[in-house]
Ligand binder design. Structure first.
Ligand code: SF4
Length: 401
């Protein structure tokens, strides 16, 4: 059974009003912090010290920063603050998964999930409050889009979780070894705020994560994939979910703008710039919709064609997390394994994602969706769904391959 804790909400205090008038240092990567310190007449190495205090030690009070001169601490106190996120609740799964809901104001709530495994600790981070892409199988997509998160709100999830977990688990060393941008939102539709947050994750004075341990997951925003390849080529996961355009456009509406061929060409270009040697394709297994042997065989053909152009990939098959508004069902495990076998027999590395935190609804958007329907989108999507399900060919299942 999961354990849930409802945490306090912040009020409007004089400190919060003062904060609104000064810079939140969680918004700055090291370059930004150096520029900020420059404006205060301070040298770059002061920014490095400050950055380490904030991100490595979790400091929120300038008076804690004892190796900074008192005069600098006073300057900082007048010009800046360090404001993390306000947790609304925490949900602890029996399997060790922890999910937080954070209040980001105006009724918006975002989710962050920590997934511990024997050899790693992965944090799944949100990039937007809601999401405008509207994937049919995604609980967040059904809630609509509210706003982009700030850099401070993106990195604030890692900052909060890392320092909470160290205390909670009684550790002094780093707990979170991997970050995946797979929470609420399409990260590449919030690129300007995302990029400094990614740089903070990689910075040796910040979290010191290697590029291969930070994954951006995208539904296929092609121009921004090209930007990311140049600016900060972390690991890339692409939500594919279908082997042909008609079905993909139904499941991932962004496909109408950037169809599969364009998306895979962008993946090939990304790979040329990224140090990682393959792209991960995420494929949510939907019963009778995209989980048939013919879909697997089409994927094999698609990947053969693009591997000739240099694309190396692996597939991650994701059991669908059903939610009532979707009208879709999870493929059974026999179907998932049969699908995986076709891919693997064709030489494609394929994994099946373990479900974690089922007792706390750890899949993206499932708790925040209980909090609110941001823009009445659930109502609109209920209407659209009727048309969408007409557009999807739901077939009877073949068993065994
Ligand atoms: S799967 Fe990702 S891109 Fe699609 S609606 Fe959900 S959060 Fe947005």
């Amino acid at each position: 059974m999961g354990v849930s804790a409802r945490l306090g909400r912040p009020g409007t205090t004089p400190a919060r009003i003062l904060h609104a008038m000064t810079a939140n240092l969680l918004d700055y990567d090291l370059e930004g912090l150096a520029a900020f310190c420059g404006q205060l007449g301070e040298k770059r190495f002061r920014a490095t010290q400050l950055f380490r205090w904030i991100h490595q030690k979790g400091a929120t009070d300038f008076d804690q920063m004892t190796d900074l001169a008192k005069s600098l601490r006073e300057k900082l106190a007048g010009a800046a603050h360090i404001q993390g996120l306000n947790p609304v609740s925490r949900h602890d799964s029996a399997d060790g998964t922890i999910k937080w809901l954070f209040d980001v104001g105006a009724g918006d709530v975002i989710e962050t999930v920590f997934i511990p495994e024997a050899d790693r600790g992965t944090l799944c981070i949100s990039s937007q409050a809601g999401c405008a892409v509207g994937c049919r199988f995604c609980s967040t997509g059904h809630q609509g889009f509210s706003r982009n998160l700030t850099t401070a709100e993106i990195i604030g999830q890692l900052w909060y979780a890392e320092h909470f977990l160290r205390k909670h688990l009684g550790k002094t060393e780093r707990v979170i070894s991997n970050v995946v941008m797979m929470g609420m939102g399409e990260p590449l539709q919030n690129y300007a705020q995302l990029l400094p947050a990614l740089r903070m994750m990689l910075d040796d004075h910040g979290y010191g994560l290697s590029r291969r341990r930070v994954t951006v997951s995208t539904s296929g925003v092609v121009p921004m994939m090209d930007r990311l390849a140049q600016d900060c080529p972390v690991a890339l996961a692409v939500s594919l979910h279908a082997p042909e355009d008609e079905l993909r456009s139904n499941l991932v509406p962004l496909n109408k703008k950037y169809p599969i061929a364009e998306l895979l060409e962008a993946c090939t270009r990304y790979q040329a710039a990224a140090p990682r040697d393959f792209i991960t394709f995420e494929y949510c297994m939907l019963d009778g919709v995209n989980d048939q042997p013919e879909h697997a065989r089409m994927l094999v053909e698609l990947m053969r064609k693009h591997s000739l152009q240099g694309l190396a990939c692996k597939f991650n098959l994701i059991p669908f997390n059903p939610f009532p508004a979707s009208g879709l069902k999870r493929s059974d495990m026999a179907q998932v394994l049969a699908f995986a076998k076709i891919l693997m027999d064709a030489g494609i590395v394929t994994t099946v994602r373990k479900t974690r935190g089922d007792d706390i609804d750890a899949a993206c958007g499932q708790l925040a969706g209980d909090v609110q329907d941001r823009t009445g989108v659930q109502q609109r999507m209920a209407t659209q769904r009727q048309g969408m399900l007409k557009g999807i060919k739901i077939v009877s299942r073949e068993v065994g391959v």
